[in-house]
Design a protein around this ligand. Structure first.
Ligand code: SF4
Length: 511
């Protein structure tokens, strides 16, 4: 059962009556991804997936399905008149390639034994006993793994830069400060499969010679924090964290830091400042984080999804990884699919999957048979894609050519009822609120842009306002200090380019 206390408690009561004796147990899993149909209950070993399970269904499920093996039809997922008893058959899952999210919804994230039983920590064992740190970095470099946090920077190259720094103390940091509106990929991994990212961090630490690591998680993710804490405790008890791990010379300790809800703390230098106990504000670079990061020491900073890819790569090899998706942008990407699409949820597809496949095959098409208008990709730092872009491949390089970016992986689908000026205003309001105020172009510029957008939405704007928006967007992009400011104007620029007529409609409203 995806964490849903009422259903879990009720089902637990049924088991307490007679289930225990029959070897029946209820497991709390992480997110199955199919948010639209939750609460979800997967029944093993039948592989049945019951959707929209309510407390009142628990008794029936226990007596009919568990005891008699009957399928309760009204709890099955249905699409276009078809019933789908098992998770694997449901179109939402069938078109996905779930590697990073493979265990989410399948294992009990609170029991380390379940992760170990399905091969967890094997990659770490292989690394510690058969590979040198240099060889580990080589495999990660050869795999072409690119950071899933937004920029798509080459992970192996980043590790190599840290490993070669003369300063003896190195750190490994995980960015779990997922702040984009509508994004919850990292949250699901931390809640549903915490050991996978911990194992990835340990491999990174071994590769770059770090003995301490920090996981920076937003305070708004209490379940992720508690499951990570538990995972760390369990790994320590088993000798997988601490001194002389598995009897080797490798020692590693892991700490958790809670963020306080500032979007800007997703930026590397602001994040490390926050861990150090300082105000989370970006600083001028260089020095870069790989040279002087946490506590002024060389630091590997990757996000949750990036680390979660690492054990698979070390276990299966770089060639295996490169065989999934485009060679220069390989592997899979988790996306949070939201908006006016039928099946919203957390999905994972090979890089290079088209937007059309995501929206129509996995997402089931537009809700209420509305017409597709646009998708906002990459959150407040991203841009819009429209109908002619439906066959664009979702990977770092293809999107860059379109002037968009994967960002952390938010996909907000919008239909023809959506006002794109309002969308631009929403994102500008978000970035304006989150601007840390350190530099003038972002602090003042986003405020002015928001004022203009509010004026336009209220029907009080002029055509000169559109020119002013473009001028400000250009200035902020060129002169802001950090990524937040540099990308703050992207939603405005892309909607102005693609939906200028809508801006003009608002401007002409008053006439
Ligand atoms: Fe702060 Fe914005 Fe400047 Fe970044 S660009 S340092 S968020 S004021």
């Amino acid at each position: 059962v995806k964490d849903h206390p009422e259903v879990e408690v009720e089902f637990g009561k049924e088991i307490a009556h007679e289930g225990d004796a029959k070897g029946v147990a209820v497991k709390k899993s992480g997110c199955h991804g199919f948010c639209e149909m939750g609460p979800l209950m997967r029944i093993e070993p039948m592989g049945l997936l019951y959707t929209k399970v309510k407390v009142k269904d628990c008794e029936e499920i226990f007596h009919r399905t568990i005891e008699k093996g009957e399928i309760i039809r009204h709890l099955l997922y249905k699409q276009n008149g078809m019933e789908y008893p098992t998770q694997e058959e449901i179109p939402f899952y069938k078109k996905q390639t779930r590697l990073v999210l493979k265990n989410c919804g399948h294992i009990d994230a609170e029991h380390m034994e379940e992760y170990i039983a399905i091969g967890g920590y094997k990659a770490l064992e292989k690394v510690l006993f058969t590979m040198t740190p240099k060889e580990v970095i080589q495999v990660v470099s050869d795999s072409n793994l690119r950071g899933r946090g937004g920029g798509g920077f080459a992970t192996g190259y980043k590790w190599q830069q840290v490993a070669r720094q003369k300063e003896p103390v190195h750190y490994v940091v995980c960015n779990g400060d997922e702040g984009d509106p509508g994004a919850f990929m990292d949250r699901s991994i931390m809640e549903g499969d915490p050991h996978k990212m911990i194992e990835g961090m340990m491999i990174a630490a071994y590769a770059v010679g770090a003995v301490e690591g920090y996981i920076y998680v937003r305070a708004e993710y209490p379940l992720a924090i508690s499951r990570l804490k538990l995972a760390i405790e369990q790994a320590e008890e088993r000798g997988l964290l601490g001194d002389h791990i598995l009897g080797t010379d490798f020692s590693f300790r892991l700490h958790i830091n809670r963020g306080a809800g500032a979007f800007v703390c997703g930026e590397g230098s602001a994040l490390t400042a926050s861990i150090e106990g300082n105000r989370g504000m970006p600083r001028v670079k260089p020095p870069r984080t790989v040279e002087q990061g946490l506590f002024g020491k060389p630091t590997v900073l990757n996000n949750v999804e990036t680390y979660a890819n690492v054990p698979m790569i070390l276990e299966n090899g770089a060639d295996w990884y490169k065989s999934i998706g485009p060679e220069k942008s390989p592997g899979t990407k988790a996306f949070a699919l939201t908006g006016t699409v039928k099946n919203t949820g957390l999905i994972e597809v090979p890089m290079g999957t088209t937007l059309r496949e995501v929206i129509y095959d996995i997402g089931g098409g537009m809700k209420g048979d509305g017409e597709f208008k646009a998708v906002q990709i990459g959150g407040p730092s991203g841009g819009c894609l429209i109908t002619p872009h439906l066959d664009v491949c979702l990977d770092f390089d293809s999107l860059k050519k379109m002037g968009a970016m994967i960002g952390s992986g938010g996909l907000v689908v919008m239909d023809t009822n959506t006002c794109m000026v309002e969308v631009a205003r929403f994102f500008m309001n978000f970035t304006q609120n989150e601007s840390c105020g350190k530099c003038v172009p972002c602090r003042e510029g986003t405020k002015r842009m928001l004022e203009i957008l509010e004026r336009i939405v209220a029907g009080k704007g002029t055509e000169e306002d559109l020119d002013l928006l473009e001028e400000l967007a250009e200035t902020i992009t060129e002169t802001a200090l950090c990524g937040l400011g540099k990308s703050a104007a992207l939603p405005v620029m892309s909607t102005l380019k693609l939906f200028r007529d809508e801006y003009l409609e608002h401007v002409n409203e008053k006439k």
